[in-house]
Design a protein around this ligand. Structure first.
Ligand code: FEO
Ligand code: CA
Ligand code: CA
Ligand code: CA
Length: 596
């Protein structure tokens, strides 16, 4: 309306109230569509999805399960043709098959699950005043657990990475549990291998104490795995192939511009439960990659390249730039609060200086073949990074999820999703950077980093939850005017530099969603909800372009106790089973997102 004062560009929309509807709820004046979902054809020749007649051969050519990260890479200047690159994080077989027996999965079901992991590359066409339509483009590709990857960087070829199938320690079949990610300035995609421990069986039969200790620190435990893959390929059996575990938990890089390229696992960025990785390019064109380890009480890392980025996205530039992440220094973060410890009481009450803030230091772990951690070789630092970071006293965080540098102000934003164990018996106490006991709703960290240097300043932009809860903080903004937000997971930016946050596991009585918040000016901290997702789903992979919002709707209906009685019927409606899918939102009569 014309009489209404204009809001901050990019966030000027009517916020969506909290709700529990089984659909994607968007602001007034916007439209939406589903782009592609689980089982839809990707590679030419792929059959249409048939829930009751699935095969591994079909899934190898179809869109995978549980889309998480999404990236949009323009193929031409007009923005009409793009590559949509999507991660497929994990499978939930009881929801995927009409007749799944958890004790006795069939070999075909297991092979379908291998093919449902990985990534999809799909050419999409931007419709005039509309959404994205998948095309049968020449770039279209599926990457699965059967796709060959090259292990590169300083730990490639290590004895810890050798298996009976790969005595060189440099070739791995596939990627899994790919959670968040980013598009690099050179047009490739970085993707984090996150909860890779869950796929392996028989950790309890490993007897070597050192191997056992390392497996424990990464969460590999127990006997038979939930999915029973170890029955069909011994590489998932830790008793037979303990080193296969070390070949997952990396940052992978995919070049979607070249469908024949071999994807890479970058050992120089360390091995942990990488939520994702995202790069900042310095003025002298060095590349700094930030990454969080999403586990309670785990760490935030960065990698600084020795080499310099070549501009552009030519094949030559891409090849050079993909090598930058193989040579540099890996660091872990140590935070210090600037308020007296006695003022951090675990309630979320602000200290007397009015902010949770302070300084910090990046502790170097290794550079090339040099280790800086006593008792660890460089190889051991890269492959057992968590243990090396433990040894140097890094700061234990409340589950670092996505971490992204703002292309507008250069600061770094990290979602700390929650940590039910903060301050409980035997666990780390609250501190200024993780200030709440039993942190249920998470917080968002803002870091002003020297990038290639070792010092930084930090503050908490948001301490999440219901704004009526006194333990919350919204960048100092008036809490009566903000949307409730809980369990931040992915972060992204629009071209104005506003932060967009998607949530996973909303611990308030409403669905997950996508939020926009200015980080500068008088409306800094004014969180507004842009959309909510259907029953049981998390929101992820947001991409905010000038006139389109793309989100991944992951695991709709996953909360159903009996999958044959779905709690969600999104996106197909009726009495259908739910399918994870990608959705897009745009302004009804065209125009920029968040402007009116
Ligand atoms: Fe897969 Fe940390 O979320
Ligand atoms: Ca302070
Ligand atoms: Ca995530
Ligand atoms: Ca999450």
């Amino acid at each position: 309306p014309g009489d209404r004062p204009h809001g901050v560009p990019g966030t000027d929309f009517q916020p969506v109230p909290p709700n529990t509807e089984d659909r994607v709820v968007i602001p007034e004046g916007y439209e939406q569509d589903v782009v592609i979902g689980w089982g839809d054809p990707v590679v030419p020749g792929a059959p249409e999805f048939d829930f009751h007649n699935q095969t591994a051969a079909a899934q190898e050519k179809q869109f995978g399960y549980n889309n998480d990260f999404a990236g949009l890479i323009p193929l031409n200047g007009s923005g009409k043709r793009n590559l949509l690159v999507v991660n497929h994080e994990y499978t939930t077989e009881p929801h995927m098959f009409p007749d799944y027996d958890e004790e006795n999965p069939t070999e075909e079901q297991v092979r379908i699950a291998w093919a449902a992991h990985g990534l999809s590359v799909v050419e999409v066409q931007r419709e005039r005043g509309g959404g994205l339509t998948p095309q049968a483009g020449r770039h279209n590709r599926r990457i699965t657990l059967n796709t060959e990857f090259e292990l590169r960087g300083p730990a490639a070829g290590s004895d810890h990475l050798k298996t009976s199938a790969d005595p060189t320690g440099t070739k791995v079949l596939g990627t899994q549990n790919n959670c968040a990610g980013s598009v690099t300035p050179w047009g490739t995609v970085l993707s984090g291998e996150e909860n890779v421990n869950q796929y392996f069986g028989n950790a309890d039969q490993v007897t070597d104490p050192k191997t056992k200790q390392r497996l424990d620190r990464y969460g590999f435990s127990g006997g038979a795995s939930d999915r029973k893959w170890e029955r069909f390929d011994k590489r998932w059996d830790l008793a037979q192939e303990p080193n296969e575990a070390n070949r997952f938990g990396w940052v992978v890089e995919i070049d979607p511009n070249d469908p024949d390229s071999t994807p890479v696992k970058h050992t120089a960025l360390g091995r942990f439960k990488h939520e994702g990785a995202a790069v900042h390019v310095t003025r002298d064109r060095r590349v700094v990659a930030y990454s969080g380890d999403d586990e309670r009480f785990d760490y935030i890392y960065k990698f600084v390249s020795n080499g310099r980025m070549k501009p552009g996205r030519s094949a030559h530039a891409r090849r050079h730039n993909m090598g930058l992440l193989d040579d540099g220094t890996l660091y872990v973060a140590k935070f210090r609060g600037d308020s007296p410890e006695s003022e951090i009481d675990g309630s979320g009450k602000l200290p007397s200086d009015g902010e949770f803030d302070g300084t910090g230091e990046w502790i170097a772990l290794a550079s090339g073949d040099r280790s800086f951690v006593p008792g660890f070789s460089a190889e051991e630092v890269y492959i057992f990074t968590r243990l090396a970071a433990d040894a140097v006293g890094a700061t234990k965080m409340d589950r670092p999820e996505d971490i992204q540098p703002s292309p507008v102000n250069g600061r770094i934003y990290c979602a700390l999703t929650n940590n039910s164990n903060r301050g409980s018996a035997g666990n780390a106490a609250p501190d200024e950077v993780n200030p709440r006991i039993g942190n249920k709703h998470g917080h968002v960290l803002e870091v002003d980093d020297e990038h290639t240097g070792t010092r930084f300043r930090w503050n908490l932009l948001l301490v999440c939850g219901d704004p009526n809860d006194p333990s919350t903080y919204f960048g100092g903004f008036d809490k009566s005017e903000v949307s409730p937000i809980s369990c931040p997971d992915n972060v992204a930016f629009d071209r104005h530099g506003n932060l967009w946050i998607s949530t996973d596991g909303n611990a308030l009585d409403s669905h997950d969603g996508l939020f926009a918040v200015p980080v500068e000016g008088p409306e800094r901290g004014k969180v507004k909800q842009f959309l909510t997702v259907p029953v049981g789903a998390e929101t992820c992979g947001p991409v905010i372009t000038d006139d389109l919002v793309t989100v991944c709707v992951q695991h709709p209906g996953e909360d159903a106790e009996d999958p044959s009685r779905p709690t969600s019927h999104w996106p197909d409606g009726g009495d259908s089973r739910p399918r994870p899918a990608v959705a897009v939102v745009w302004r009804k009569h065209g125009g920029e997102i968040g402007q009116r």
